[in-house]
Design a protein around this ligand. Structure first.
Ligand SMILES: Cc1cc2nc3c(=O)[nH]c(=O)nc-3n(C[C@H](O)[C@H](O)[C@H](O)COP(=O)(O)O)c2cc1C
Length: 469
């Protein structure tokens, strides 16, 4: 444990802590499961003392000497994270090998998959893997979901031990799995209570805090109030995903409102929603005035978007280049991380076909052709239709390109298998070309031709069912 010195008497980690009043829960309408978990742990675990957000730091100092974040550290973080294109927190997608892949394309600020603070504190090994950082990650934030100050502070300490640069509080996840626990977007219902939580976390943690929100729950009316409360409560950075909880991904992100939040804020505002190209990132940043942008699906589809952003240049890789620089590299990183044995292969099979399901949506979108169109509708939503207009018939593309674009899950599993079995990227390219030039390609294409999303069409809600933000 890292402490500022003196006796280490952390009640957060001590089983001898004096039981006191109840914990500070924000988002009071938690459901049955939440209560059941509390019941289960009540008898065995002493409860930490109750602090409200306002007095949290002062009282913390009275009971233990664990490091607290300083004002200088908050300022330094703010300086470090502005003017960047961030990698969004992505459940399943933001695994360490994928973040490492993004770092090869110059991603500099990367956020982990979401961890439930409660499960982290119980030592859940899967949840703890979310805190692991690769050396190539320049600035790394660990995202947590919590509605209890003490629980959040404990997990922030863990993130600190794992060498994170900051902690991000998830206030945007719309899924039932998360909101039924009173977490994620559920926290947006009560801005004043959320502020109390933010205050407790911002003052009681060893790391600076960022907060990631949506614009509201049913509508975007609370957005300005939420942003104001969160800033006043001491968050170092605010990330705004420009949609409401109810909108999920059905509407374009509202960058005008993100801009309005920015114009009233003193802390850095990072805008998020629908960024697929470097020029959309630059244009949206310029128009809204935000201090940085964040991309989620854009990076899952095209991990080299970061390099495009930092060089202000569109990069359109050929199919062979994509296999070498994206598919094979990610395979190599996954083998290193999960292992190349049978257990590692099982993990690989869980993740790699899923990633290929995003990679296959890539389309070249030349800036000269699409920059103006992107101002009307985000390319994330329209690219499949307009790329088809521009490129003509799918039959005219080279077979390897067609194979990489195929949305068949069977094709994704087979591509992943070939990648895993290949020694080099050249070997993988050769084997995949053989498949593409065989009758297998027609079989894959036929198996999905009845599906509306096979070769064109907008991102359907089905694409994003499992998203946590
Ligand atoms: C597969 C997937 C998983 C996600 N998981 C999280 C998450 O764990 N935490 C979070 O705050 N947001 C999560 N999100 C939401 C993104 O961080 C981001 O806010 C959202 O996708 C909008 O950005 P985009 O339009 O660039 O994709 C997830 C999104 C996707 C696509």
């Amino acid at each position: 444990m890292k402490a500022n010195g003196g006796a280490s008497s952390s009640f957060f980690f001590s089983s001898n802590a004096k039981p006191e009043a109840t914990t500070t829960t924000v988002g009071e309408d938690n459901e049955e499961e939440e209560h059941r978990e509390n019941e289960e742990t009540k008898e065995t675990k002493p409860k930490p003392p109750h602090f409200d957000g306002r007095n949290f730091r002062k009282k913390r100092e009275e009971v233990d000497d664990y490091k607290l974040v300083t004002e200088e550290e908050k300022t330094r973080l703010r300086e470090k994270v502005i003017n960047h294109l961030w990698l969004a927190p992505l459940t399943k997608g933001g695994n360490l090998p994928f973040r490492r892949l993004c770092a090869t394309f110059e991603a500099k600020v990367l956020v982990s998959e979401m961890s439930y603070a409660r499960f982290l504190n119980r030592g859940n090994p899967v949840e703890k893997t979310h805190l692991r950082r690769h050396d190539s990650e320049e600035i790394f934030g660990a995202q947590i979901a919590t509605n209890i100050i003490e629980e959040g502070v404990r997990s922030a300490r863990m993130a600190y031990e794992f060498n994170a640069d900051f902690v991000d509080l998830n206030c945007g996840c719309p899924t039932h799995e998360v909101t039924k626990r009173g977490l994620g977007a559920r926290l947006l219902r009560k801005p004043a209570k959320l502020a109390k939580l933010v205050e407790g976390l911002a003052n009681g943690s060893p790391l600076p805090l960022s907060v990631k929100i949506r614009l509201g729950v049913e509508d975007d009316k609370p957005a300005l109030k939420l942003a104001e409360e969160i800033e006043n409560a001491g968050a170092s950075v605010l990330i705004v995903h420009g949609r409401t909880k109810e909108q999920r991904y059905t509407k374009s992100a509202n960058w005008n409102l993100i801009g309005e939040i920015k114009s009233r804020s003193k802390i850095p505002i990072i805008g998020n929603g629908d960024i697929l190209t470097w020029y959309e990132a630059r244009d949206k940043m310029a128009l809204s005035g935000v201090d940085g942008a964040m991309t989620g699906r854009g990076a899952l589809i095209k991990p080299w978007i970061f390099k495009e952003f930092y060089t202000n240049t569109s990069i359109e890789f050929t199919a062979k280049e994509r296999i070498e620089l994206v598919y094979f590299k990610l395979t190599t990183f996954m083998k290193e991380y999960f292992g190349a044995d049978a257990i590692g292969k099982k993990r690989f099979d869980l993740f790699m076909p899923w990633h290929i399901g995003f990679f296959c949506r890539y389309r070249p979108l030349d800036e000269a052709v699409y920059r103006e169109k992107a101002k009307l509708n985000p390319l994330l939503q329209t690219r499949l239709d307009i790329a088809l207009e521009n490129e003509g018939r799918i039959e005219d593309l080279e077979p390897l390109e067609r194979l990489l674009r195929c949305v068949s899950e069977e094709a994704h599993a087979d591509i992943a298998e070939i990648l895993f079995q290949s020694e080099t990227s050249e070997d993988a390219i050769e084997k995949l070309t053989r498949v593409a030039e065989s009758s297998k390609l027609a079989e894959y294409e036929l198996s999905v031709s009845s599906s509306s999303s096979s070769s064109s069409g907008r991102e359907s809600s089905g694409d994003v069912d499992d998203m946590r933000g």
